[in-house]
Design a protein around this ligand. Structure first.
Ligand code: NAI
Length: 224
């Protein structure tokens, strides 16, 4: 099924299904009902059925879902059973942390090259990947069938580098720089902002604390 046929909201949830199904496989679980999956994932069973029905007939009445089959199908939909060649632009703290994380490879994301402008970094090797001069970017992209570029550079530099990547033929940008990129329609951008995630966490923890405080005050008032 083509990506355009599945709603964006479902696509956003698929990696979580994939992760849970992977864990079930590791635990030796061969099949699971939507109710059991619902308890594990803390999502309603009807949401699970609705989401997975998008792919047609994965579940069977009275049998549940075949874990391995579903895992493989979701992997196919997400395209992670294929290899994606990735480059990292900006070999500083974040760029090197990404290069050092081995799990991306297990998902088919192969770090092929890293690029920087800092002469002190150029020539260094991070987990087998050489840091090259950003001057070599276009040639490298053309010669190495690169599909995805991770941007871990200052936000002021991101638009120019994004333009260069697009001109070189890159169709997917994993953007960590805190700026929105203007790219043509046929280029996809996934923005990752840890600070936004932290702010959401802050909101949730603050509202929890405020509610607790309010409840305690109400209890105290009743006592008084
Ligand atoms: P860093 O300063 O350690 O690394 C940035 C690297 O980019 C440096 O090595 C620098 O020489 C290089 N660079 C600068 N201009 C370049 C260019 N035109 N081409 C290639 N390389 C260039 O900074 P850090 O901590 O690794 O952060 C990198 C970026 O990621 C920053 O923009 C930061 O705000 C952002 N960031 C985003 C996060 C997120 O969740 N989205 C989390 C942490 C950092």
């Amino acid at each position: 099924m083509a990506e355009k046929d599945i709603s964006k909201a479902v696509i956003v949830r698929l990696p979580r299904y994939y992760r849970y199904l992977g864990e079930l496989m590791e635990d030796g679980v061969e099949r699971i009902s939507s109710n059991e999956l619902s308890v594990r994932m803390k999502v309603t069973a009807s949401q699970i059925r609705q989401d997975l029905n998008n792919f047609g007939g994965f579940g069977q009445q009275g049998y549940g879902y075949n874990v391995k089959y579903l895992y493989t199908e979701i992997g196919n939909i997400l395209g992670i059973n294929r290899q994606h060649n990735v480059i990292i632009i900006g070999a500083g703290n974040l760029g090197q942390a990404i290069a050092n994380y081995t799990n991306f490879e297990k998902r088919g994301f192969l770090i092929k090259g890293m690029f920087d402008v800092n002469p002190r970094l150029i020539g260094l090797v991070v987990r087998g990947v050489e840091i090259r001069s950003v001057d070599d970017l276009e040639t490298f992209v053309k010669e190495n069938e690169v599909q995805i570029a991770a941007l871990t550079i200052p936000k002021t530099k991101a638009p120019e580098i994004a333009d260069r990547l697009v001109s070189a033929g890159i169709k997917a940008i994993w953007n960590f720089a805190h700026t929105d990129l203007n790219v043509p329609e046929d280029v996809v951008v996934e923005n990752v902002h840890l600070s936004e995630s932290l702010m959401r966490l802050s909101y949730r923890v603050c509202s929890m604390q405020d509610n607790e405080k309010k409840e305690n005050e109400e209890k105290q008032e009743k006592k008084d």
